[in-house]
Write a protein that binds this ligand. Structure first.
Ligand code: FES
Length: 157
């Protein structure tokens, strides 16, 4: 397999915050917020203007999708922090990130699937308000397994 070349950041191809906002579909204020949170980085050019390397577009895209699925910014930041600084992350870098994140994402997918599939059923939360509560959680026996939506959070009980 050809070794992947690590591309040095090219100031000529750098983007202004407006260009990043336009291309990513994210407001300038959000770009500044992501930077303040340490999720993305910029540098100042001779005119003291912020400039971003093009790979920031991929980082912003990942942040947007991850946020939409409910992943906290801190977790997104921890994942993006595994990417190299000072050079454009290559496919291997992104593969390493996704491998690290895979377990979390799989767990979220499992939770979201459970939610989608069991939302109309009794989830053992103690409300006794859904038609099959008497069947699946008579007299709220689920409370013996602990707090919360026991049948949902501990599907094996
Ligand atoms: S859904 Fe709440 S106890 Fe059944």
């Amino acid at each position: 397999m050809a070794t992947e070349k690590s591309e040095k950041i090219d100031p000529q191809r750098a983007l202004s915050v407006g260009e990043v906002a336009e291309r990513s579909g994210v407001a300038v204020s959000a770009i500044h917020f992501y930077e303040k949170k340490g999720l993305i980085r910029s540098w100042r050019n001779n005119g003291n203007q912020r400039r971003y390397s093009r790979d920031v577009l991929r980082r912003v895209a990942v942040i947007k999708v991850a946020q939409r699925t409910g992943i906290p910014l801190a977790e997104i930041g921890a994942a993006l922090a595994t990417l190299p600084e000072g050079r454009t992350p290559n496919t291997r870098d992104w593969r390493k990130l996704s491998a690290k994140w895979k377990q979390d994402l799989d767990h979220r997918i499992q939770q979201l699937t459970l939610l989608r599939e069991h939302l109309s059923e009794c989830i053992g939360c103690g409300c006794l308000s859904v038609s099959d509560c008497p069947l699946r959680n008579p007299d709220d026996i689920a409370r013996e397994y602990g707090p919360g939506a026991v049948l949902f959070e501990q599907p094996d009980t």
